[in-house]
Write a protein that binds this ligand. Structure first.
Ligand code: XIL
Length: 315
């Protein structure tokens, strides 16, 4: 069976994939992405980000995001919205506008309201804020933090809840897979937000991992997160290697994918797993991490790598 069918049978809500608009012109790619027995959920890799949705202040463009949302609906797949408040892929008018606190707060709440409001009723979960923490657990000095202070996070969630009361609202980050300073900070942050009545429903764990270096503390860490009473989701899974891919590396990669799937299955509250696209043809890894790649379960030619059977046998 496919990933999603197997994931459902194993108790997860979904197994999904990221995708991007340009990729959909590849008919073979699109057909496989659209098979809801394989992927029961999709995430737009870029087209709901700020630079896509509000490139000019107050002028919202949902054309590309709508293509992904409509595809999910046509395929009977859940949609994860990604992402409203993030320091990256922000238009210059936001980063260089030198806005004061009240003005930037208004800009941020308007953006969250308009984007989440536009997709209200269509989205299972939103990554309301993305990558707000530094690796040492302090809050990242984004334009939002520097101008508004820590309260921008609570404000973003409250605004998101009002815009779509039925979407699960997530805080999403990387390097929170295993235990450590950043994971502890995430747990403390979510705990404090919940104590203040801020509507946080889930923690998104990106999981951009490295073959042979998957943390050994996944289950323990994710359990501690779930113990806060929120959902956990693996939102951007890929496991990269230094190229060229060898049989030994592909075998280790298969084991590493199993480690991630097994940890999610072991934690009640881990609702789903999303791979950050499914074929190496469209992975973000080679353009971001020089000399690395082959991070996804299917190769550039859409052939299954050992990870495919490994994931299925864990599910
Ligand atoms: C990446 C996309 O996959 C790329 O196409 C884009 O050029 C840069 O962003 N963490 C995130 C995602 O939350 O939004 C990023 O996606 C990957 C890292």
């Amino acid at each position: 069976s496919g990933f999603h069918t197997a994931a459902k049978a194993a108790g997860l809500t979904y197994f999904g994939s990221a995708t991007d608009n340009g990729e959909l012109t590849d008919a073979t790619y699109k057909a496989f992405l659209s098979d809801s027995s394989v992927f029961g959920q999709i995430t737009p890799g870029n087209s709901m980000k700020w630079d896509s949705t509000e490139p000019t202040q107050g002028q919202f463009t949902f054309t590309k995001g709508d293509v992904i949302a409509d595809l999910a609906a046509a395929n009977g797949q859940l949609l994860r919205g990604h992402t409203t408040v993030w320091h990256s892929q922000l238009p210059n008018w936001v980063t260089s506008g030198n806005f004061d606190n009240a003005t930037l707060t208004g800009i941020m709440t308007n953006h969250v309201s308009k984007v989440i409001g536009h997709y209200a009723g269509e989205v299972y979960a939103w990554d309301v804020v993305n990558e707000v923490l530094n690796d040492d657990g302090t809050l990242r000095e984004s334009v939002f933090f520097n101008t508004i202070g820590e309260s921008y996070i609570a404000t973003a969630f409250k605004t998101a809840r009002a815009a779509d009361p039925n979407a699960k609202l997530y805080i999403n980050d990387f390097s929170i897979e295993g235990t450590g300073a950043k994971s502890t900070a995430m747990i403390n942050l979510v705990s404090s937000l919940l104590d203040q009545g801020v509507p946080v429903d889930g923690i998104g764990i990106q999981a951009h991992l490295i073959v042979g270096s998957v943390p050994t503390t996944l289950q323990e860490n994710w359990q501690a997160m779930a113990d806060l009473g929120v959902e956990i989701a693996i939102t951007e899974l890929d496991i990269r290697m230094t190229l060229p891919a060898t049989d030994a590396l592909l075998k280790q990669q298969a084991t590493d994918y199993q480690t991630v799937v097994n940890a999610c299955l072991a934690v009640k509250g881990c609702v789903g797993i999303t791979i950050w696209d499914w074929t190496d043809k469209f992975s973000w890894v080679p353009s971001t991490f020089s000399g690395q790649g082959a991070a996804l379960p299917y190769d550039e030619k859409f052939a299954a790598k050992p990870a495919v059977d490994a994931i299925l046998s864990s599910l």
